[in-house]
Write a protein that binds this ligand. Sequence first.
Ligand code: GDP
Length: 331
Amino acid sequence: KAGQPPDLAAIVTGITNGSMNELAKAITYIESNSPVHYSYGQELLQSLLKRTGRAIRIGITGVPGAGKSTFIESFGLMLCEQGHRVAVLAIDPSSSVSGGSILGDKTRMEQLSRHSNAFIRPSPSGGTLGGVHRKTRETMLLCEAAGYDVILIETVGVGQSEFIVRGMVDFFMLIALTGAGDDLQGMKKGIMELADAVVVNKADGENKLPAEKTKKDYDQFLHMLKPSTKGWQSKAFTCSALKNDGIDDIWNVIKTFQSLTEASGVMAERRRSQAKDWVHTLISEQMNQYFYRHPYVKKHLADWENKAMDGAVTSAKAAEKLFEEVFKHTK
Ligand code: GDP
């Protein structure tokens, strides 16, 4: 009934029993911007926490057109056929800025979306990138509690979103195209340092040989970088997502990565440090919110901005003054 609080225990039971309805309901709370939904979502997560963490978490990035959705379709279908349960999430950095979408609204991953072992959730839209980040991370945990054992998180090669995804997955891969020259010299170095594997896609037809050459270039480059994961040499591979060629090799690489890092403790260590970083991300976010929602700040922020703009006080003084007042009026 409207106004009645939901039966959270029933949702928890539903999710543990693999009910899609209950999972969808919980994700709605996580994604909602209403404070009461937020608290339902957090309560659900806390109850389900023990059931999370059993999936392998894989991040996938690449420029638009690299073949991310084609890859996820082939890769995801292969895993579903093997009996895995695959959840596909996305962080679309453009959704927070424009409400638009770089990852695309076109019907993506059509076959995978119809498979009963697959669950596909588009990037949460609206709000800050920080908000999208939180929602995706928490949705991932809900999916794990619901029994999904492979999580794929897709993003696009823009700004912060790749660092965000690296910070929530075990294995991070870059889908690249033939002709890596620009990537290798320019700003892409930063992204390359995050990658556990580079997959040169579209290695089919006439593109097969050039793709092999590109793979070698990436390999050379990766050898010069500090590894993204301790004890793991990141390497390049080729595949054709379209022709379903080389996809199984990539899964084998990920499984090797998983057993190695589990045995060495690097996997557990990374997850612990991700959980710690996450605490700090949330602290910053909540401090920010607290500050900007504080009545004094709401009332006087513009005054202090103006004083700084007019050169009456330094910008530092304006900030300091606002902080002082916020602390004075904090119980
Ligand atoms: P995304 O923007 O990274 O998700 O890229 P898409 O998966 O939408 O692919 C972009 C275009 O490349 C589409 O026309 C795909 O059909 C095509 N494509 C994707 N993978 C391959 C591949 O392995 N070989 C070939 N020849 N084309 C591909």
